[in-house]
Design a protein around this ligand. Structure first.
Ligand code: NAP
Length: 291
């Protein structure tokens, strides 16, 4: 549904609008006449969009790891538009390396962006959404939550932490008319692999045979096969337009296949070990719940 007029258009607040999925979503929304708070660590990267759509776009500096910038960005958004209808927690990156190789500092830095940054955003925006008694939060996660491949453990765990709070959040804010959707993209053609994947400098020789040269794999990533960020944007808009939005939205055939496979595997293992699992109560209980 295309917004009918600028005055009725929703206000979207998108973290990491400088490039990739965040930027394409912002462009798509502005083309449709919706209002967008464009946020970037370097606001110059979104000034072209702000200049093209002066009444609908607001460019604001925002590094999600800086709580004072989060508060100031939300304050500016409310001062300018009076409300925030949709918060898209999109900013994020990945650190690649085995559990032994990545330093504690690198892990903490990753969680500052992918988890604590989102937490700051939620705590800054939710009071406004609660007051409005409406809103929708899209938390951009990853299909890798369902299958943490070797060397992606910390990226997956940062997104799993995000998914962990999203479920509770959805239950907490539903009474205020606020919806929460976790978005789980597969591989999309953005700058993610080239600019948002930090490969650890530490390499333990022993892992080379099983994991191979990660840098080489990343360089050889087949960009032709990656999903279209424009279509991802339209899917996210469709979710926000929906009267009955999903708790989870997988994006891309690769995400659907991977999640399908993971769920089948979980179900098969659950069934295979069910008898062991259920017979752990004080009273003897057999499968099916009969004592
Ligand atoms: N593309 C994929 O295949 C894929 C798959 C699954 C999940 N995702 C998720 O999708 C989201 C968007 O990624 P993308 O594919 O669009 O990658 P991208 O093109 O590399 O864009 C990443 C965005 O995040 C921003 N960002 C990173 N750290 C930030 C921070 N501390 N504060 C504010 N902004 C920050 C970047 O800003 P700067 O320009 O300042 O660096 C950039 O705008 C991420 O959460 C990613 O984990 C992507």
């Amino acid at each position: 549904m295309v917004a009918s007029s600028v005055s009725q258009a929703r206000v979207w607040f998108i973290t990491g609008s400088s490039r990739g999925l965040g930027r394409v979503l912002a462009e798509t929304l502005l083309e449709r006449g919706e209002r967008v708070v464009l946020t970037a660590r370097n606001p110059q990267q979104v000034e072209d969009l702000a200049a093209k759509y002066p009444s609908c776009a607001l460019a604001v500096r925002l590094d999600v790891t800086k709580p004072e910038q989060v508060r100031e960005a939300v304050k500016q958004a409310i001062a300018n538009f009076g409300r925030i209808d949709v918060l898209v927690n999109n900013a994020g990156y990945s650190t690649v390396g085995t559990i032994e190789e990545v330093s504690d500092d690198a892990v903490r830095h990753l969680f500052e962006a992918n988890f604590f940054g989102v937490l700051e955003m939620l705590r800054a925006v939710l009071p406004h959404m609660r007051q409005q008694r409406s809103g929708h939060i899209l938390n951009i996660s990853s299909m890798l939550c369902f299958a943490a491949s070797a060397t992606n453990g910390f990226y997956s765990s940062s997104k799993l932490a995000l998914e962990g709070i999203s479920g509770a959040l959805a239950n907490e804010v539903a009474p205020f008319g606020i919806k929460v959707t976790i978005v789980e993209p597969g591989a999309f053609r953005t700058d993610f692999i080239t600019r948002s994947v930090v490969v650890t400098d530490t390499h333990i020789e022993d892992y080379k045979a099983s994991i191979g040269d990660i840098r080489q794999q990343l360089r050889n990533a087949d960009h032709d096969k990656l999903g279209d960020p424009k279509k991802a944007s339209l899917a996210m808009i469709q979710v926000v337009d929906s009267d009955n939005p999903p708790m989870r939205l997988a994006l891309g055939a690769d995400a659907v296949d991977l999640i399908d496979g993971a769920l089948e595997f979980i179900k098969a293992e659950l069934d295979a070990w069910k008898e062991v699992a259920v017979n752990t109560a004080f009273k003897e209980i057999v499968v099916g719940g009969k004592t």
